[in-house]
Design a protein around this ligand. Structure first.
Ligand code: SF4
Ligand code: FES
Length: 248
């Protein structure tokens, strides 16, 4: 198995002890098949147990290992070292979020926004459990399945220039999840979510740069979801103001 010695420049920051973030370097003997997360784990296990970062699944499922690698929002368990040329790699926390410690960021803002869009099924009429499942055809499932793939990794927020300018922006992942529930044939909660979606900090804050969809490790395409919601909101507005007799 071939090895490559790589210097990792890792951002360190302990708000209780450091006046500002600083960079620490580690020389890591990397195996060819490693991902970035393996190298960070090597640092933690063999070089410096004080380094803080999040991870859990090592298989692009839990969404907790997002980091900025060489300036790009990256899912560190899906980023193979063979795709990084040169002998140095810089690893920093995801941008646009406060740093809790080292590579760990505070996600309270996203959790509040996620709650505000009511990301759960709201059926038109509740039925007792004994009456069985709310059924759906494969075509109805296909309609929204792509948006269920989100793992809340926050790469899209770190990539989004609008979120950088206006932290009130609901943001790509929360809006993509809104779209997921709105498109679900078992759901009737769109009008309740619309209050958040159609406000200025909702879909209209997006200027369709598309960086969120470019960095998304699960091909959710939040930018596409937001543009579809803009069209739906525009149709709503026309129905409401120009053809009130067609309002639902
Ligand atoms: S939309 Fe993609 S980039 Fe954004 S949180 Fe979900 S999986 Fe991550
Ligand atoms: S460790 Fe779970 S997504 Fe990377």
């Amino acid at each position: 198995m071939s090895q490559r010695q790589i210097t990792f420049e890792v951002l360190r920051y302990n708000p209780e002890a450091d006046s500002a973030p600083w960079i620490q370097t580690y020389s890591v003997p990397c195996e060819e098949e490693w991902v970035i997360l393996d190298a960070i784990n090597y640092i933690k296990d063999h070089l410096d147990s004080t380094l803080s970062y999040r991870w859990s699944c090592h298989m692009a499922v839990c969404g907790s290992c997002g980091m900025t690698v060489n300036g790009e929002p990256t899912l560190s368990c899906k980023a193979f070292l063979r795709d990084y040329k040169g002998s140095k790699i810089r690893v920093e926390p995801l941008t646009h979020f406060p740093v809790e410690r080292d590579l760990v960021v505070v996600l309270d803002d996203f959790m509040e926004k996620l709650q505000s869009v009511k990301p759960y099924l709201m059926p038109k009429t509740e039925k007792p459990v004994e009456e069985g499942e709310y059924k759906q055809t494969p075509r109805q499932l296909k309609n929204y399945k792509q948006y269920t793939m989100c793992i809340n990794c926050m790469l899209c927020y770190a990539a989004c220039p609008q979120y950088a300018l206006n932290p009130e922006f609901i943001g790509p992942a929360a809006l993509a999840l809104t779209h997921r529930y709105n498109l679900d044939s078992r759901d009737a909660g769109r009008s309740e979510r619309q209050e958040v979606v159609a406000q200025h900090e909702g879909v209209w804050e997006c200027s369709f740069v598309g960086a969120c969809s470019e960095v998304c490790p699960k091909d959710v395409d939040p930018a596409g979801a937001i543009q579809q919601m803009k069209i739906a909101s525009t149709v709503d507005w026309h129905l409401e103001h120009l053809m009130p007799w067609r309002r639902k």
